[in-house]
Design a protein around this ligand. Structure first.
Ligand code: ARG
Length: 590
């Protein structure tokens, strides 16, 4: 379906044309002055120059065409206002017609893409052996929402967690494990048998070992060298080290699955950096063969600076002088792998914006070396930092990096406290607090433009009022309970028809509802879940205003009651759908 505003714009453009002006001047936008009108067109002001006429004369001509034309009944009021604005109020019946067609459409007016893309989304990006921390939270939350939005648009989307499993962290753990348990069979180079199935450590062991080894290596050069050697030996295939590495992956992935499930985040694919390694030799061969890569101070690099650059873009390093591969090498090889497995039209990376220069290098290098054709979009969705109230990257009260599980728990507890006076049994409060807590965290994140830093404010995010996740849930729960009541009273309407009753708050809700197509398309096109949040907040506000001012279930006018119940139901459908696109669910009560 066309968006509602596009439909109005169509009428106004046509009127410009009929009145003898270029239709391009007929652009319509939402009014800056909602006290005066709902929509406005300022085109007459710009047209004045071209036609050497006073703007209001042009606006007069256009308004005359509309009010005398076949579409006159679409408008409650359309006026030319000096110096040359066209102020528009749509007629309630025209508005309601659109509502009904949205309501009848199984996708609520959103058209599936006629030429669906295959899109790989790279998000999550957790590193095995290291606990997930708040830095990984944003990638998971934003990526999950983008995946849902693009799927809803009808694209063929593959969400890949792209685990970091190939770096120094593994070498550090091997080194520390060797120090602590030198007799483990994994360290016996002459051993040729099968390795034990059970890992010699648990996740909590790893959580202790990694930070310890990492800190120790910073103080002790020789220890660090051992870890580097271990990493290299792992990468070149030492059996015992590969077995330890596999244990680390198994233990970490099991742990990660639990936490991602808690976040209502899921992946179609659990690929790892190591999976791309097999593509590296051929890739490097082709880069050399094609004359793209050259040796610079012993290292193999590809220049990616372009003439039009105003800043220096350093070369993309493919191999270090000691022959080791890098993060870049893996990312390039992963593009090769993705092309082979999925042949995508787009690859989208949801990663901390501090990696933006890095990705610029990788993208340029991939194009220059023909790893990927110009027809494939490589999109970096860089996100900002989640800060504490002090404006610095979020830390716990004791100053440490907060573990994600701790954060979730803290939020849930805060919601539980707020709900303590509810007439609900304790288990239900706990369960409900989980749903609300997640909405607080995710909505708090997603309602900001992804590239911006934001402040994690526990009190604000968990508030049931204002632009928060819990407020949106509260609105949905309110509608659910209204519908339950209607069912109990046996007054649920037989059909879904909505009519206009001339009520002002009703029109307000309707005007909010019809913005959906635009909001969704904007979110999908610009990788911008915050557009969905904006929509949900505005819709919730106008619904609550309507609810406050009117009797719905207890309304004695049967036609009005039926239409309002249906209107409420449509709001619920839209909120449910929008929340689902954010990766959120709605409790039964709260
Ligand atoms: N593991 C990386 C990190 O923790 C993020 C991975 C992002 N994705 C990528 N293809 N490089 O910073």
């Amino acid at each position: 379906m066309n968006s509602f505003i596009n439909n109005i714009e169509g009428i106004i453009k046509k009127a410009f044309e009929t009145a003898g002006y270029n239709s391009e001047y007929g652009k319509v936008k939402i009014s800056d002055r909602p006290d005066l009108c709902e929509f406005q067109c300022n085109g007459a002001l710009s047209a004045a120059k071209e036609y050497h006429k006073a703007p209001f004369m042009i606006a007069d001509d256009v308004v005359k065409v509309v009010t005398e034309g076949v579409n006159a009944e679409c408008f409650e009021d359309i006026q030319s206002v000096k110096p040359g604005f066209i102020n528009i109020k749509v007629s309630p019946s025209y508005l309601v017609e659109y509502l009904n067609s949205m309501n009848e459409d199984e996708n609520l007016g959103i058209e599936k893409s006629a030429t669906p893309d295959t899109i790989v989304i790279d998000y999550g990006g957790a590193n095995v052996a290291k606990p997930l921390h708040v830095g990984h939270l944003r990638s998971a939350i934003i990526g999950e929402s983008l995946k849902r939005i693009l799927k809803y648009k009808g694209h063929n989307v593959v969400g890949d967690v792209h685990l970091g499993d190939w770096g120094l962290q593994i070498g550090l753990i091997i080194t520390e494990l060797h120090k602590r348990q030198p007799d483990l069979v994994y360290f016996d180079e002459s051993y040729e048998g099968e390795y034990p199935e059970e890992a010699p450590f648990t996740m909590s062991d790893l959580e202790e070992i990694y930070p310890y080894a990492n800190a120790y290596s910073k103080e002790h050069e020789d220890y660090k060298a051992l870890a580097q050697t271990a990493t290299q030996e792992l990468q070149s295939g030492r059996r015992g080290y590969r077995a330890i590495w596999q244990h680390i992956i198994d233990v970490s992935v099991a742990d990660l699955k639990v936490i991602y499930t808690k976040l209502n985040v899921s992946f179609d694919l659990w690929k790892k950096e190591s999976d791309a390694q097999e593509y590296i030799p051929d890739m490097i061969h082709d880069m050399k063969e094609g004359g793209y890569a050259h040796i610079d101070q012993g290292a193999l690099v590809v220049d990616v600076q372009e003439e039009t650059d105003t800043q220096t873009i350093p070369p993309c390093m493919i191999l270090k002088s000691n022959g080791a591969t890098l993060y870049n090498t893996t990312d390039l090889a992963t593009i090769v792998e993705r092309r082979k497995l999925f042949n995508p039209n787009r690859i989208v990376y949801v990663v901390d914006k501090r990696q933006s220069l890095y990705f610029e290098q990788v993208f340029r290098c991939a194009r220059k070396t023909k790893i990927i054709g110009d027809d494939v979009t490589l999109k970096f969705v860089g996100f900002g930092t989640m800060n504490g109230k002090d404006g610095k990257p979020f830390k716990t009260r004791d100053g440490g990096v907060l573990r994600l599980e701790k954060l979730i728990q803290e939020v849930e507890e805060s919601v539980e406290e707020k709900m303590a006076d509810r007439d609900m049994d304790e288990a239900l409060i706990k369960e409900t607090a989980k749903i609300i807590g997640l909405a607080a965290i995710k909505y708090g994140d997603l309602s900001n433009q992804a590239s911006k830093d934001y402040v994690f404010d526990l009190d604000r995010f968990t508030s049931f009022e204002g632009n928060t996740g819990p407020y949106i849930l509260y609105t949905a729960v309110r509608i659910k309970s209204l519908l339950r009541k209607a069912e109990e009273l046996n007054i649920l309407p037989a059909d879904e028809k909505i009519v206009s009753t001339g009520n002002e708050a009703e029109k307000n809700v309707s005007l909010s509802i019809v913005k959906w197509t635009e909001a969704f398309e904007d979110a999908a096109e610009n990788y911008a879940p915050h557009k969905i949040c904006q929509y949900l907040y505005e819709l919730s506000e106008s619904f609550n205003g309507f609810y406050h001012d009117n009797k719905i279930v207890t309304n004695e006018n049967e036609d009005e009651r039926a239409s309002w119940i249906n209107l409420s139901k449509l709001c619920l459908k839209l909120i449910e759908n929008g929340l689902d696109l954010l990766g959120l669910t709605i409790p039964e009560q709260m």
